[in-house]
Design a protein around this ligand. Structure first.
Ligand code: FES
Length: 177
């Protein structure tokens, strides 16, 4: 291709001041400086991103992640005989949860989205366990920890208080015994 066939900026003898000015720049140095600047800024961004996640990691390691403390009324005791369960939402309307009055008479509550792939978990009175029917995941009703099937993590535990026959949700822990 001859220079005459090239268009605009690609032509060596361009009438454009900007193109001629760029032609004066030492291209080798320019490349080196650009590469160095790029590496410096990439390293800076990586370090900044890494540091920004540290507070969350520390909180998660200490079991403090997303503990909520809002007190919300769930039900009255007479609505929930032994061996029964009912659904509610906590701490927001987008967090489905399950309150269980176990066969042994304990009140327990967990967020009911299975920790495998989020299917809703049910209380299975016959075996006194929590069952996720999607892939047959079982959780211990007494502590929300997985017993069988694909789930690896415990269900988030909702802390309860009973006051004058009314059951309240008063907090939530993701990591718990
Ligand atoms: S979604 Fe619960 S076992 Fe898979």
């Amino acid at each position: 291709m001859t220079n005459n066939n090239k268009k605009g900026r690609n032509r060596k003898e361009s009438p454009s001041d900007m193109v001629n000015l760029m032609g004066n720049v030492e291209q080798k140095d320019d490349l080196t400086y650009n590469r160095r600047a790029f590496l410096k800024s990439a390293a800076g961004v990586s370090i900044a991103l890494g540091l920004s996640t540290v507070p969350f990691s520390v909180r998660a390691m200490m079991g403090m992640a997303e503990d909520e403390n809002e007190r919300v009324e769930i039900a009255h005791m007479d609505q929930l005989p032994k061996g029964e369960s009912l659904t509610f939402n906590y701490p927001t309307d987008n967090d489905p949860a399950l309150l269980v009055h176990t066969m042994s008479g304990e009140l327990v509550a967990y967020n009911s989205a299975c920790t495998h792939l989020m299917c809703p978990v049910f209380y299975k009175k016959e075996t006194d366990t929590l069952l996720c029917p999607c892939h047959k995941g079982y959780f211990d009703v007494n502590n929300g920890h997985p017993l069988e099937g694909p789930p690896q993590r415990e269900l988030p535990m909702i802390h309860l208080e009973v006051d004058a026959n009314t059951i309240y949700a008063v907090g939530r822990s993701y990591r718990h015994e």
